[in-house]
Write a protein that binds this ligand. Structure first.
Ligand code: AMP
Ligand code: MG
Length: 351
């Protein structure tokens, strides 16, 4: 009997200790400015040091990605070098990562019938919406001169981006390519960079030992793992005309990426017109596909980001069809404020 009591006491103590351990897992939040936007991390960890170390690793990863690879502004980044190589005969030998990224961009350019076009930098720079929006200043803003716009648009075009394979993987996919850029061609990865970053963060999280995290980077969100209490992640979709409130709430398991492209993110208003940062490549002007925002749900960060931009330009019908080809779900907020959901998106909406 005594031994039985002893065993029971031991089990009870063990149970209590497990309980204590589980209770110590807390949500720790971090906010930083990275990649020209706001990074918010909610990391569920047993102790602050673990959470802080992970949060710092994520910031470093993003700073490196920006500085060394994908920023067209950052002198010395790979993309900067690629843009510098425009007009040279030898082209530029891409890293394996950049090869993969540009191949994916080119595929999306094709499947979106040119809507997603990473060669629009000359036009993007001419409008310079990012700078005007960041300054929060409208006085002095005017749309670019028509002739200048036409000249800039003539320099752009996904068909001008030539990628020549240099080596292959065992499965036949291109490992490394050389890019040949005609004079004037300039790349901007702003439409896909944050989503691609989420894919990299996911790999980091897998190695970290931390089991539940949600990361928000500008308009793109990654849910990772299960919440300690077993409940689902709640991800709000911003109301494009009242950004302090939500137009919908999604309930998601871990491993989803949610990206939103909207005319409310970066814009200038002048003469009653809203000039935003998403350019219709066929016109060289802010796209007017009849939508205020598009939210795309995919397991792949690159796709969620690339598709949200493309869908914004294509509008509801064509956009939903394109996203469907990639198994992605969509939520459109149209110009009259109504919300249109793809069939598969409906089950994730809780309000
Ligand atoms: P996002 O917020 O992901 O929709 O990306 C918008 C950013 O991508 C802009 O700030 C531009 O830098 C760039 N961009 C604008 N229009 C396009 C386009 N049609 N295709 C690719 N990138 C674009
Ligand atoms: Mg995008």
């Amino acid at each position: 009997m005594k031994r039985l009591y002893g065993v029971l006491l031991f089990l009870w103590t063990a149970l209590l200790c497990c309980g204590c351990g589980a209770e110590e897992i807390q949500r720790r939040q971090f906010t930083d400015a990275v990649m020209g936007t706001v990074l918010q991390q909610s990391i569920y960890a047993a102790d602050m040091e673990t959470a802080e170390a992970l949060a710092e690793d994520v910031v470093l990863l993003l700073e490196d990605l920006e500085r060394q690879e994908i920023s067209w502004r950052q002198e010395g980044s790979e993309l900067f070098e690629v843009n510098m190589s425009a007009g040279t005969t030898g082209g530029f030998l891409l890293s394996e990562e950049m090869t993969e990224l540009l191949i994916k961009c080119r595929e999306l350019w094709e499947s979106s019938e040119g809507a997603l076009d990473v060669t629009l930098l000359p036009v993007v720079r001419l409008w310079d919406i990012d700078t005007w929006a960041a300054a929060g200043e409208t006085a002095g803003f005017a749309p670019p001169d028509e002739e200048e716009l036409e000249r800039a648009l003539a320099l752009c075009g996904g068909e001008k981006l030539r990628l020549e394979p240099q080596s292959f993987r065992e499965d036949g996919k291109v490992l490394q390519a050389r890019v040949f850029m005609p004079r004037g061609l300039q790349l901007d990865l702003g439409a896909v960079g944050k989503g691609a970053a989420l894919d990299k963060i996911r790999v980091l999280l897998e190695q970290s030992g931390v089991e539940s995290t949600v990361i928000s980077l500008g308009g793109s969100i990654l849910t990772y793992g299960e919440k300690p209490d077993g409940s689902l992640w709640k991800v709000g979709v911003v109301d494009p005309r009242d950004t302090s409130s939500q137009i919908a709430l999604l309930s998601l398991e871990g491993q989803w990426c949610v990206s939103t492209s909207g005319d409310y993110e970066r814009y200038v208003e002048a003469g009653g017109v809203r000039y935003h940062h998403i350019i219709d490549p066929s016109a060289g002007r802010p796209a007017d596909g009849g939508v205020r925002s598009v939210t795309v749900l995919s397991k792949d960060g690159f796709l969620s980001d690339a598709l949200s931009t493309a869908c914004f330009i294509l509008g509801v019908e064509k956009g939903m069809e394109l996203a469907g080809q990639y198994g992605a779900e969509t939520l459109f907020v149209t110009s009259d404020g109504s919300v249109i959901l793809s069939e598969g998106m409906k089950k994730y909406i809780i309000s």
